[in-house]
Design a protein. Structure first.
Length: 394
């Protein structure tokens, strides 16, 4: 069935009046479309199709070269698979023990850059520690061969003990090194400034989980050698720029002031000392720039809870090539306002255009990925979580 943009606008306008607001952990009152819908953007008409749904509060996903999609279900925990546009009913076997709880569990999934040859996928997750209430971020990898079991799984890295968890994202650099974000620095304690701990840090690891010899704090006696940058809050989005090779990083402010950073080795990004928004109690933060601290290249005010990041390189939307896409959970703490941010930069990486798209779906967009066909895939974090495919409307 083909829907016109005016009809869609009318239907979505009615939804808030017919259904109550919702918060984290409650079912979304905004149902997914039962058939493909067309959505207008500034320079493209996009067809949005629900590929699969019924995934309870997923966190990360990876679209593989053959079109299979791996999805992490944070709290179950479970690794789920979509094959041939069908969600396999049973989760994959072969996962390690995962500690679940408030914001903790099975987090991100990425494929090795040579996945087509080695079948390796990487997971970040939390593991329980010996002391009650303590756990740590962990990195592991296994082989995905298309079957229902993750083969030969091994844990490669384990972080320092923590008691407040957060999200994690991964990205492989052009040189094969693996960047890993670690959350858990959400309150005003200076955890993100403590170089002996991993909360609020970006880590840089070798593909086997060991520490690169050229990491910025490798020779600092009181610093963890895996740390690449620090002073971050919660961080659900990183991506490598396809031309410069720089690591881009989206970070959540407490109350507004979400920001986009370019990550530099050894740099301090300010949290919880400096930022752009207010603390959760409403007290304004001391603002950047400040000497000795890195400033953001872009801020979201009000905040959007950025989650998932990519630089588009496909052929399906040639007008978007080289542009940044970021998922968002909600704008200004208003439920039902999640979407996809499209940002255009000039040659100096200064913002020249920004558009918020697909808000008509009213979904919490937790991750975004590009498929081998150039389509853009969205992962919604809802009780009825789904994978949504965006492609040009015919």
């Amino acid at each position: 069935m083909r829907h016109t943009p005016l009809l869609l606008l009318f239907l979505f306008t009615l939804l808030p009046a017919l259904t109550p607001a919702y918060g984290q952990g409650r079912p979304s009152p905004y149902p997914l479309p039962s058939a493909p819908v067309e959505l207008e953007t500034y320079n493209a008409t996009v067809k949005a199709t629900v590929v699969a749904q019924g995934i309870p509060r997923p966190f990360g996903f990876e679209v593989l070269p053959n079109g299979d999609i791996l999805i992490t279900d944070r709290y179950s925990p479970a690794l789920r698979v979509i094959q041939g546009n069908e969600l396999i009913p049973e989760p994959m076997q072969g996962l390690p023990p995962v500690r679940t709880g408030f914001h903790s569990g099975l987090l991100d999934v990425v494929a090795h850059p040579q996945f087509s040859d080695n079948q390796l996928i990487y997971l970040t997750y939390h593991v329980a520690m010996d002391n009650d209430g303590e756990y740590a971020i962990a990195l592991g990898r296994g082989r995905y061969d298309g079957s229902t079991e993750l083969k030969d799984f091994e844990q490669l890295f384990e972080g320092t003990p923590m008691t407040i968890s957060g999200g994690s994202r991964m990205a492989f650099a052009p040189d094969g090194k693996l960047f890993v974000t670690v959350g858990g620095a959400m309150d005003r304690r200076p955890l993100a400034q403590d170089l002996s701990r991993l909360e609020g840090k970006v880590l840089r690891l070798n593909e086997n989980g060991t520490i690169p010899a050229d990491n910025p704090f490798i020779d600092h006696a009181d610093a963890h050698p895996a740390i690449y940058s620090y002073g971050h809050r919660d961080q659900y989005a990183i991506a490598i720029h396809p031309e410069s090779g720089e690591l881009f990083h989206a970070e959540l402010g407490p109350l507004g002031g979400d920001k986009l950073n370019i990550i530099k080795p050894g740099a301090n990004y300010g949290w919880p000392l400096y930022g752009y928004g207010s603390y959760n109690d409403g007290e304004p933060m001391e603002k950047l720039p400040r000497e000795g601290y890195e400033s953001a290249i872009l801020i979201w005010q009000p905040g959007i809870v950025p989650s998932g990041l990519l630089f588009y390189t496909g052929e399906a939307f040639p007008q978007w090539q080289g542009q940044m896409l970021a998922g968002s959970i909600q704008r200004g703490r208003i439920p039902g306002t999640g979407g996809l941010e499209r940002v255009v930069f000039d040659n100096l990486m200064q913002e020249v255009q920004r558009e918020t798209m697909v808000t008509e779906l009213r979904q919490r967009i937790r991750d975004v990925s590009q498929g081998p066909d150039g389509a853009i895939y969205l992962l919604t974090e809802e009780e009825n979580g789904a994978v949504i495919k965006l492609e040009p409307a015919s």
